[in-house]
Design a protein around this ligand. Sequence first.
Ligand SMILES: *[C@@H]1O[C@H](CO)[C@@H](O)[C@H](O)[C@H]1NC(C)=O
Ligand SMILES: *[C@@H]1O[C@H](CO)[C@@H](O)[C@H](O)[C@H]1NC(C)=O
Ligand SMILES: *[C@@H]1O[C@H](CO)[C@@H](O)[C@H](O)[C@H]1NC(C)=O
Length: 246
Amino acid sequence: MAVLSIPTPIMAAILMMTVVLGLARADDTNRVYSPCSDSKVEISDGFTFGITFASRDSFFNGNKSQLSPCDSRLGLRNSNAQIAVFRPKVDEISLLTINTSSFFPENYGGYMVAFAGRKYAARSPLAFVANNTYTVSSFTLVLEFKKGRLQNLFWKRDGCAKCQSGSSFVCLNKQDCAIKTSSCKNHASGGSVDCSLGIQLAFSGTDKHLSALNSWYEVENLRQYSLYGLYSNLKDSLTSQYDKIF
Ligand SMILES: *[C@@H]1O[C@H](CO)[C@@H](O)[C@H](O)[C@H]1NC(C)=O
Ligand SMILES: *[C@@H]1O[C@H](CO)[C@@H](O)[C@H](O)[C@H]1NC(C)=O
Ligand SMILES: *[C@@H]1O[C@H](CO)[C@@H](O)[C@H](O)[C@H]1NC(C)=O
């Protein structure tokens, strides 16, 4: 698991960690390490992508279209943004975590966008992470490839299906289970829940040899392989939504 900085001065003071499920590891043949460069991957390559935290407006070109955070027209380097860079293995289900003990997403605008590529730039839609009232701490990100080239990044949402009423979770916009930010550790009000972010990754589509990427189907169909259970610190905030699984 390499943690890389990208060639913009936006530095991530974010602790990152990946838990990877799976044993077989062929060599990583992908020599592209910047999230702002294009690559073509095969199964078991590493694939570098980034996540930018910033305000909603900073991802848009004026009031026009949402651009990739790599696009200099956004001027993210001069704004209040943070970037985390990850290099998961293609087609392995991974859980990315961002420890929020010293990083408060609400202080950086509260939204995130996942991105990779330059000529073939792809970026996810915006995802709300946190403001001073609510924090969403668990996400599933699907990376969709075609012939090994990233086509699309999207957040898979389950419509609050697992957001239990009566628990400390609130369903936001009929799509995200959120916890009160005041319940989070290190918040001024001294809550007790570790609200670190967990982003479960899945791959879909085809690699450069047209082999199918299947980890998405595993997440869909075999929820018991969800990695949240392996990550005990996150259990309170993340897995109470997945109680039925563990
Ligand atoms: C924003 O949209 C309005 C109405 O469509 C347009 O008049 C204005 O020029 C746009 N501003 C920018 C900065 O794109
Ligand atoms: C925080 O975010 C939620 C969900 O997007 C929104 O409903 C609420 O108004 C926001 N609160 C503040 C203080 O911005
Ligand atoms: C985050 O970091 C703090 C301080 O190092 C640690 O106590 C906590 O367990 C970490 N949380 C996770 C989810 O790793």
